[in-house]
Design a protein around this ligand. Structure first.
Ligand SMILES: Nc1ncnc2c1ncn2[C@@H]1O[C@H](COP(=O)(O)OP(=O)(O)O)[C@@H](O)[C@H]1O
Ligand SMILES: [Mg+2]
Length: 252
């Protein structure tokens, strides 16, 4: 944990070269430790976004770590994509075919940077369209900075964790429509895990893989999102057919 006033400590650590000096990491450590470049990027991000300190990690997954951070008392969420474990082959199907990224160099080294920017661009399009998503503030290298969803004490729970998910279903459908119909985006990994309940509204998160409607596989990705949500709805006593949900989400 990097506490108040310890930006300089992070800097010192970097200068001392003690922080994972070799880029090579064992399988065991690569899931929990950042490589040197990422620590540098984190330091630069703190400067760029005037972040005073990084609080607790909200989540630590295989491909990203999300921290709560503070910029002059304002909480932020900082999502750090791991450069070492992000799987190139899994990413390319969501980037190739998206005309917004057609001209980009898709080298392995560039992929994680593209992915970070892609999540930013997706969140931005959805936010501009008035959908409930965390407001994206910006990005730097492999790090995304966005609105923190939660209270001072704890981050917002996922839809999966709330006691009465059914009270959010109508708003979820409304948000699916905002994202697809108004923003022109297909989430492509929509599920009860990637919906957070914040101030009684369902916020869609995790949009790195989201694609433009024009992506050649967008219909397929949309159908999968619809299938996942119908299945979650029906497990919670709300029946809507996939055809009907598709109509609700797409029709003018
Ligand atoms: N803006 C945010 N505010 C609060 N918590 C967040 C925010 N973004 C992500 N999280 C938390 O971090 C977890 C992982 O983030 P997510 O974007 O879903 O990445 P991934 O699932 O690819 O690791 C989420 O399930 C959620 O609990
Ligand atoms: Mg997720």
């Amino acid at each position: 944990m990097i506490r108040d006033g310890e930006v300089s400590a992070l800097k010192k650590l970097l200068e001392s070269g003690e922080y994972s000096p070799s880029q090579k990491m064992t399988r065991k450590t690569e899931s929990s430790v950042f490589d040197r470049r990422t620590v540098e990027a984190l330091y630069e991000t703190m400067t760029k976004f005037s972040i005073n300190y990084i609080d607790f990690p909200i989540s630590s997954g295989k491909e990203s770590v999300v921290f709560k951070a503070y910029s002059s008392k304002k909480p932020l969420a900082v999502k750090v994509f791991k450069t070492s474990t992000l799987k190139f082959s899994n990413l390319s199907m969501y980037i190739n075919g998206d005309y917004r990224f057609a001209k980009e160099r898709k080298s392995r080294a560039n992929m994680v940077l593209l992915w970070t920017r892609k999540e930013f661009v997706n969140l931005n399009a959805c936010h501009d369209a008035g959908a409930w998503v965390p407001e994206p503030f910006g990005f730097h290298k492999n790090i995304l900075v966005m609105q923190y969803l939660g209270t001072r004490a704890k981050p917002s729970p996922s839809l999966r964790k709330v006691k009465t998910p059914e009270i959010y279903f109508e708003d979820i459908i409304h948000n699916m429509r905002k994202v697809y119909h108004d923003a022109g985006i297909v989430h492509a990994d929509l599920s009860e895990f990637n919906i957070l309940i914040y101030r009684r509204k369902p916020y869609f998160i995790d949009m790195g893989q989201s694609v433009s409607q024009d992506h050649p596989s967008s219909k397929e990705f949309l159908a999968r999102d619809i299938r996942n949500m119908c299945s979650f709805f029906s497990r919670n006593g709300f029946n809507i057919s996939e055809e009907e949900l598709l109509r609700e989400v797409t029709n003018g």
